[in-house]
Write a protein that binds this ligand. Structure first.
Ligand code: HEM
Length: 373
């Protein structure tokens, strides 16, 4: 299909074919993963250049020789044991917030589960695992959302200029930190990676490592608000939290598509794919492939095929933050699902036009009249 600027893409929807593409980084390279879907005009490029913005391939779009080593350094920082060590701290934080929000709901006031619960949790957790620049949470969230819009949304020039200024400003903060910061930044420097690479890795991590998960938490809570039987199962212990998280990832992935570019001529599912083709892998659709899942559109934790979603990608570039994202989601589901009993949805999440990210903006609930506190 053609996109909003007339560029042609091959859209891949079937689970087996999406998997085949992801598993073959030689034929289908990740180089276009972070390309702007709305080409940037010279004016916006000048704004970025003014901030000395550069984004060399480091992680998701890196098909070069440096990828395995950069990935290994990031993966070590996000090792499952390090993630598990954060669980008690996160549980206490979420429990405290949920208690406060429950009290607010009892007074009849509305509660925004995005702003008041989910938005900053992944960033706060990431900051305990990876040394990050000392920037206010709000500034990091704004920068990350600006980056997702600048690179993945259909945009007009004025908006591109505004977003380029925002992203460029934060890039400067990252550059200063990359030169002196410890932890991951220090390790990348010590491994001999040039400053641009350190900035590029931090840039990607600050977006991928927190914005995705806060979006997912919001979408999952919204979904659970409409799934009373699943919540009842969680209460009685008949439904496992981990199964709810997996079914949520399958049905409400925060990243709905991901891109690859064909390096050579090939054939995919009987369709000719000329070299240079852009492939849009519809991860969300692949999660609902009836060839893989028994009841594809129903939220049935633990059903056959539930865990076979491709929401974290697959192959050499598969998400390295999956254990962290799953832990965060499990804590939020276990602690916050009871808040959804007896509430009415005042404002469901609204998601802007974006090729890849859902970016929900809010999720407001209120205790239904007559419901028990
Ligand atoms: C629900 C939350 C998340 C989802 C749905 C998600 C999804 C994805 C997807 C689809 C990819 C591309 C995979 C591919 O090309 O095959 C990816 C890559 C990546 N993700 Fe995540 N992600 C999430 C959370 C996180 C977190 C919490 C972190 C780190 C703190 C993280 C770090 C990364 C990194 C570094 C890559 C690039 C890996 C590479 O190229 O080697 N992600 N993620």
């Amino acid at each position: 299909m053609s996109d909003h600027v007339g560029v042609r893409h091959l859209v891949v929807t079937r689970h087996a074919l999406v998997r085949q593409v992801l598993a073959d980084p030689v034929t289908y390279r990740p180089d276009n993963a972070l390309d702007a879907v709305t080409p940037m005009p010279v004016t916006a490029l000048r704004v970025l250049a003014g901030h000395r913005f550069r984004l060399p391939p480091t992680l998701a779009n890196n098909s070069g020789a440096s990828h395995p080593e950069i990935r290994a350094i990031v993966a070590a920082a996000l090792h499952p044991e390090r993630v598990a060590a954060q669980r008690p701290w996160l549980t206490a934080l979420v429990r405290d917030r949920v208690a406060r929000l429950g009290t607010r709901l009892d007074t009849g006031a509305p509660v925004d589960l995005y702003a008041d619960l989910a938005a900053d949790l992944p960033l706060l957790t990431l900051a305990r695992l990876v040394e990050l620049p000392d920037a206010p949470v709000g500034a990091v969230k704004e920068f990350a959302r600006a980056a997702l819009e600048l690179f993945w949304a259909p945009l007009d020039t004025d908006r591109q200029l505004a977003l380029a200024a925002e992203v460029g400003r934060f890039h400067r903060v990252l550059r200063d930190f990359a030169a002196t910061g410890g932890g991951l930044a220090g390790e990348l420097r010590a491994a001999g990676h040039p400053p641009d690479v350190v900035v590029g890795a931090l840039f990607f991590l600050l977006v991928a490592g927190q914005e995705t998960t806060s979006q997912f938490l919001t979408l999952l809570l919204h979904r659970l608000a409409g799934e009373p039987a699943v919540r009842a199962g969680l209460r009685t212990g008949d439904v496992a939290v981990a199964d709810v998280v997996e079914e949520g990832l399958r049905l409400e992935p925060p990243i709905v598509t991901w891109r690859r570019v064909a390096a050579t001529d090939s054939t995919l599912g009987g369709t000719a794919v000329p070299a240079g083709s852009s492939l849009v892998l519809w991860l969300a659709r692949a999660g609902r492939d009836p060839a893989v899942v028994e009841t594809p559109d129903e939220f049935r934790p633990g059903q056959r095929g539930s865990r076979r979603h491709l929401s974290f990608g697959a192959g050499a570039h598969r998400c390295v933050g999956d254990v962290l994202a799953r832990m965060e989601a499990a804590v939020v589901v276990a602690e916050a699902a009871p808040l959804l009993d007896g509430v009415a949805v005042v404002r469901p999440p609204w998601c802007p036009d974006n090729l890849t990210f859902r970016m929900p903006d809010a999720f407001v609930i209120r205790r239904s009249a007559g419901a028990p506190a």
